[in-house]
Design a protein around this ligand. Structure first.
Ligand SMILES: Nc1nc2c(ncn2[C@@H]2O[C@H](COP(=O)(O)OP(=O)(O)O)[C@@H](O)[C@H]2O)c(=O)[nH]1
Ligand SMILES: [Mg+2]
Length: 382
């Protein structure tokens, strides 16, 4: 990124600790010169003067006899090499020290990304890609890594420079439809199971988990602590919270549990308001008024259940038999991920970008620009 320096950087890309193989990377103008001098190829064939991207060499590297490593050239202009030694901590430390003694500058992988990527936005997407745990956020981050947000930003800045605030504002409102995703590409969505005692919240939690995560009992007030379960639905990371059922009680522990449940609900992206189909319908408390709520009518396996008794918009399920669970999961994702981004859609893929865009909206007429390098500096401090 910074073309004023001409250092050669070295980083360990695999996390510290023992592993079968580790990956080190060497980047910069002297990368090949260093390797050319100290790498001992396994065959008699000497290393080329300039390696082709994609070429791979087997040989030894390091002090004394060194370690057997696989060396690969990712790019030769600028030079980016990967070294795969054995993953023991001593081997890796020896190689890092050895290559530093040959003139490479050691840095952590985040700083390494800063040096090897051309655009801070790309670096940001790459850091987040390493943290994404499921397929959908990975696809979105990959699109941004490949330039979706950068393209959007360049045309937005183009409109600003031309003084065309109408088109700039339209672009902001277009991308703003997807800014709900900014905090949910790395962090899971939070879905809270709430409702009266004995409605079947813990049973629902268990069927979602596929094992007994929560204690199920016909005794009201069994669940007290908030229990979290992280899972993936349709490629999205989702955390469910099972909470103490809401009822009036004098039990201080149960009341404390209800308070914890209320606090969990404050962070919720979605509340599942679970009710028993054989009990009178209770509307969700006003407490949840500013939350997205999805009604769930449970125990539809009971003989007393009548299909027309399901409140409008509510989903009928049986946490006992699994009936309706697939439909419930799809509905949860439809509630959370809306509108669905198309492949290649530009997305403000981090809360810092989201707030920068919100500020831009305020300053569009004054031509205030998004300061990407400054954002990257703030991002690295998080
Ligand atoms: N018939 C039937 N019983 C259920 C169902 N879900 C839960 N129960 C029963 O309802 C009682 C309360 O369930 P639980 O999950 O502990 O409710 P919670 O208090 O809302 O967590 C238990 O006896 C469960 O076995 C269901 O779908 N069908
Ligand atoms: Mg419970």
């Amino acid at each position: 990124m910074d073309d004023t320096h001409c250092e050669t950087y070295l980083a360990r890309l695999t996390p510290p600790g023992k592993s079968a193989i580790a990956t080190l990377s060497l980047f910069g103008p002297r990368a090949w010169e260093i390797i050319f001098k100290v790498f001992k190829p396994r065959t008699k064939k000497p290393l080329p003067i300039l390696p082709a991207p994609g070429s791979v060499f087997l040989g030894r590297l390091g002090l004394g006899h060194g370690d057997e490593v696989v060396l690969s050239c990712k790019n030769n202009s600028p030079m980016l090499l990967e070294i795969h030694p054995h993953g023991g901590t001593q081997v890796v430390s020896m190689l890092l020290e050895f290559l530093q003694a040959e003139g490479a500058t050691l840095c952590n992988w985040q700083d390494f990304i800063t040096h090897t990527t051309a655009d801070p936005l790309q670096a940001m997407a790459l850091v987040l890609l390493n943290q994404a745990t499921t397929s959908e956020p990975t696809k979105i981050l990959l699109d941004q890594f490949q330039g979706a947000f950068r393209l959007w930003l360049d045309s937005f800045l183009g409109f600003i420079n031309q003084g065309d605030s109408r088109n700039a504002t339209a672009m902001l409102s277009d991308i703003g439809r997807y800014s709900y995703l900014s905090g949910r590409l790395v962090e899971p969505w939070k879905v809270v199971l709430a409702g009266p005692t004995n409605a079947g919240k813990s049973s629902l939690m268990n069927i979602l988990a596929g094992y007994q995560r929560s204690i199920v009992s016909e005794i009201p007030g069994t669940t007290r602590d908030v229990l979290w379960l992280e899972t993936a639905i349709e490629g999205w990371p989702v955390s469910f919270a099972d909470t103490a059922g809401l009822r009036t009680t004098s039990d201080p522990l149960e009341n404390a549990g209800m308070l914890m449940g209320t606090n969990a609900t404050e962070q919720a992206d979605l509340v599942l308001w679970v009710q028993d189909c054989s009990s009178p319908v209770i509307p969700a408390p006003i407490l949840f008024n500013n939350k997205k709520i999805l009604g769930v009518t449970n125990k539809i396996d009971l003989d007393v259940f009548q299909a027309d008794s399901i409140p409008q918009g509510s989903i009928g399920i049986s946490a006992l038999s699994g009936l309706g669970i697939e439909a419930l999961l799809s509905k949860i994702i439809a509630e959370l991920v809306s509108p669905v981004p198309k492949p290649g859609q530009a997305v403000a893929f981090h809360p810092l970008l989201k707030s920068a865009l919100e500020n831009s909206l305020e300053f569009v007429d004054k031509g205030r620009l998004l300061d990407v390098p400054k954002l990257w500096e703030s991002f690295k401090k998080i």
